[in-house]
Design a binder for this molecule. Structure first.
Ligand code: IFM
Length: 482
């Protein structure tokens, strides 16, 4: 894949460059150190749920390889590392007793990062809910939001002296709609009303957890949330197509941006979902709790979508759907059954996602216009490709280098136009368990051999290290020579 944008853009010296991972995707060690089961253990061990029957039992064995993985980050010169905490590792049933071995695991990780000069950025929830809480209704149960805040408070007490930025939730859209509507992700529930309840309880959990962290560490404590804001385009100017896009914007983005940043749900969502839910789970005072000042709004960006008015086309369960998500028999698009997703022009990554850096510019400029005082960070961006190890032992992942090159330049262009972006985290540090696609899709800038668990820095990792070192976007072609 050729690059489409220029090299050489310079970033501010205080811009933060990092990488990101998530607990279930990398840790393994699922039966060690007192960890309790999470919904992803249950889901991945249910036949047919994950491609090839893959599980995170071993994942990439990060649980046993923290020193090595931190050493790789240091070698790459990373300034920050965004990791997530497996709730059931530190509190096996999601309520009650905490597990000292689990707390020690993350405390050791954070110590090693600090020693290596890497800022720890902790995400409290990246999809691995303790199974015991799911047994009580999971995110469809309001109590989960309170349990989440209790857990957040404890983590602030244990790690708060060293963690530089707290993130409450990663991509709550996925937790709610892939988890409880399409069922393509854990816990695999297909109940639209529960998905909407989950939306609200995730929002409430965000607000309560942010407040809990700040109650321990002080009001000025840096807190963020990470959203996978969908960049969706209408197929035409026809008002029906524009309305279809608006419907997706509402259920994909506004149901989180609204309460978290503006203190209200968009009125449209109540109309669009009236046949499914009366939203009686929104209680007096909830919206005040949910809206907290965010130090950073985390933005995850990968691709764009295209819609028009009409009945959805049939999808093949298990295959990438035209909306970019793994298709299932049930749609994740609650209240949007008259919206048709259309294929977007390529090129594509191995996820079937279109490569469109301009989508990132458009997204950042929209956020600039709507929330001019809200600092942003790109908390995930990256690409899956079917990498191979070359005869020279290296991974010449030129497609990934080109993807990163173009998206990082696009981010810079948006910053030049006034988007207040403070940092960028490449997804992902390591090849890892890509949820329902198992180990079949590789996102890492560091290769993991899934037989030996050996790590090899790919050309993209070398290129990214050069970017971090110089603060300037290197030409993509140099990657193979670094
Ligand atoms: O691997 C995921 C990550 O866990 C959440 N954001 C998208 C990534 C790629 O699908």
């Amino acid at each position: 894949m050729a690059t489409t944008r220029p090299s050489g853009r310079q970033f501010p010296t205080d811009f933060l460059w990092g990488s990101a991972t998530a607990s279930y995707q990398i840790e393994g060690g699922v039966h060690e150190g007192g960890r309790g089961p999470s919904i992803w253990d249950t889901f991945s061990h249910t036949p047919g749920r994950v491609l090839n029957g893959d599980t995170g039992d071993v994942a990439v064995d990060h649980f046993h390889r923290v020193p090595q993985d931190v050493a790789i980050m240091r070698e790459l010169g990373l300034q920050a590392y965004r990791f997530s905490i497996a709730w059931s590792r530190v509190q096996p049933t999601g309520s009650g007793e905490f597990n000292q071995a689990g707390l020690d695991f993350y405390s050791d990780l954070v110590d090693r990062l600090v020693d290596a000069g890497i800022q720890p950025v902790a995400t409290l929830y990246h999809w691995d809910l303790p199974q015991a809480l799911e047994d009580e209704g999971g995110w469809a149960n309001r109590q989960t939001a309170y349990r989440f805040a209790d857990y957040a408070r404890r983590m602030a007490e244990v790690l708060g002296d060293r963690v530089r930025l707290w993130t409450t939730l990663n991509e709550p859209w996925c937790s709610a709609f892939l988890g409880y509507a399409s069922g393509a992700h854990a816990p695999g529930v297909t109940d639209d009303a529960k998905a909407l309840a989950a939306v609200h309880h995730l929002n409430l959990g965000h607000g309560l957890a942010a407040r809990a962290v700040r109650s321990v560490l002080g009001e000025g404590t840096p807190v963020s949330v990470t959203l996978n804001l969908h960049v969706t385009r209408a197929a035409s100017d026809d008002p029906a197509d524009v309305a279809a896009k608006h419907r997706i914007d509402t259920i994909a983005n506004e149901v989180f941006l609204g309460p978290m940043l503006l203190g209200a749900y968009p009125e449209q969502v109540f109309a669009d979902t009236a046949a499914i839910s009366d939203w009686a789970f929104v209680q007096d005072g909830d919206l005040e709790l949910i809206r907290v000042p965010l130090t950073l709004l985390g933005v995850n960006y990968y691709a764009t979508g295209l819609v028009r008015a009409g009945a959805p086309a049939a999808v093949t369960p298990g295959e990438p759907g035209p909306d970019g998500h793994r298709a299932a028999e049930h749609s994740p698009w609650v209240g949007a059954d008259q919206v048709e997703w259309l294929p977007v022009a390529g090129p594509y990554t191995a996820m079937g996602w279109n490569i469109e850096p301009q989508g990132l510019v458009d997204l950042l400029l929209e956020l600039r216009d709507r929330f001019p005082d809200q600092p942003l960070a790109i908390t995930e961006n990256g690409a899956a490709f079917a990498d191979e190890v070359s005869a020279d032992g290296r991974v010449h992942d030129a497609d990934r280098v080109a993807y990163l090159h173009d998206h990082i330049d696009a981010m810079g262009a948006a910053m030049d136009a006034g988007a207040d972006v403070r940092g960028y985290f490449v997804w992902s540090l390591l090849d890892n368990f890509e949820w329902a696609y198992g180990f079949d899709r590789r996102f890492g800038v560091v290769r993991v051999d899934y037989d030996t668990l050996e790590r090899t820095v790919k050309d993209s990792g070398r290129w990214y290290a050069e970017l971090v070192r110089t603060g300037t976007v290197p030409p993509a072609e140099v990657a193979a020579t670094l």
